[in-house]
Design a protein around this ligand. Structure first.
Ligand SMILES: Cc1ncc(COP(=O)(O)O)c(C=O)c1O
Length: 344
């Protein structure tokens, strides 16, 4: 178990309160496909977080949420602008290209963030019938490198995108960690900042299974439910996804979980900074750490812990904390890292 502790927040289990909520929903028969009391409640719970003009659809996974959100915003002759390292580009098996048929226009990014300049560089062929037409921008909050866009950075992107007729999608697989990091509400980071459509992450923050597509733009709302069905993301036993979200978004559990993960990342970072062989390659702003260490230390650490090697040449690895990471887990890792670096 400990070996997988810092490899990914996907490796964590289910928050006990969420598991209990699933159990509590498990009685009797109810209407399927979202026509049930749990889903109705969850829709209201999301409106309370994101504002009365938002709408929500529940889905199984983050890739599905991203595909549905982008499919609402673009047609097959359109393009979406994102970073080279975006999950939709690197880690979704071409799902966006396969299901939408559109093109991904990517920009290199050192810190995982897209800038207004990056977007601008993809706009020179608007109106050219030979080229895929940019129609959407997709940013990840938190980014794939654990960094967090400030509210000003998000607003700058949405305002520029809208000026050029582009919708803005936010891949919020870890949006709760971003909100915990910025100390803002979910609404301030999305609806109020001009985001058109959001993939809201649940699975990495304590759910068993479940993500949501939250829409803030009426133009994109109408077809979403049909797109979800065609994208094979309409769950028949919807009440069990909804029940999990009801619990996650009640009494601030979503924030409590995200804060715990972020706090443990900060604690881990503090300890690792005392190990001279370790170099941080990204600022630690959420629940992911990117560090570089000598190859022989990396190999020794790997005997005890699994983690993603992010950059083979630079010996950069990614460590991720979760809602259930605690101080003892961090201490154990630090001890192992110290030993691995001092060859003991
Ligand atoms: C940034 C980001 N987006 C989306 C996802 C969701 O992917 P999945 O389809 O595995 O739920 C992940 C999962 O790791 C992610 O890191």
């Amino acid at each position: 178990m400990a070996k997988k502790m810092f490899a990914s927040d996907n490796n964590s289990g289910i928050h006990p309160a969420v598991l209990l909520a699933i159990d509590e929903a498990n009685s009797g028969h109810t209407a399927a496909y979202g026509d049930d009391a749990w889903t109705a409640q969850a829709e209201q719970t999301f409106k309370a977080q994101f504002g009365p003009d938002s709408s929500v659809l529940f889905v199984f996974n983050g890739t599905g949420a991203n595909v549905i959100a982008l499919k609402a915003a673009m047609r097959s002759y359109h393009a979406v602008i994102c970073t080279e390292g975006a999950h939709i580009h690197m880690d979704e098996g071409g799902a966006a290209e396969g299901h939408i048929g559109g093109k991904l226009l990517t920009s290199p990014s050192i810190d995982g963030k897209l800038t207004v300049d990056d977007i601008g560089q993809h706009l020179s062929h608007i109106g050219n019938q030979q080229r895929s037409q940019p129609k959407a921008v997709s940013i990840s909050q938190c980014t794939e490198l654990g960094t967090v866009y400030s509210l000003d950075e998000i607003r700058a992107i949405t305002s520029f995108a809208h000026t050029h007729g582009l919708y803005v999608h936010m891949d919020g697989a870890r949006i709760s960690n971003a909100a915990a990091s910025l100390g803002c509400t979910l609404k301030e980071m999305t609806a109020d900042a001009g985001v058109d459509i959001l993939s809201f992450g649940g699975t990495k923050n304590g759910l068993m299974i479940g993500e949501a597509v939250v829409c803030f733009n009426e133009e994109l709302q109408h077809d979403l439910k049909y797109i979800r069905k065609q994208s094979m993301q309409l769950g028949s036993k919807m009440r069990f996804i909804a029940a999990q979200f009801n619990r996650l978004l009640t009494d601030g559990l979503w924030l409590q979980n995200a804060r715990q993960a972020n706090r443990m990342a900060a604690l881990l970072a503090e300890g690792l900074r005392h190990i001279p062989e370790i170099r941080f390659v990204q600022p630690v702003e959420s629940n992911a750490l990117f560090i570089s260490l000598p190859p022989e230390s990396l190999a020794r650490l790997r005997q005890q812990y699994d983690f993603a090697v992010w950059n083979q040449e630079e010996h950069t690895i990614r460590l991720v904390t979760s809602f259930d990471t605690d101080e003892a887990d961090v201490e154990r890792f630090l001890e192992t890292a110290k030993n691995a670096c001092s060859n003991r």
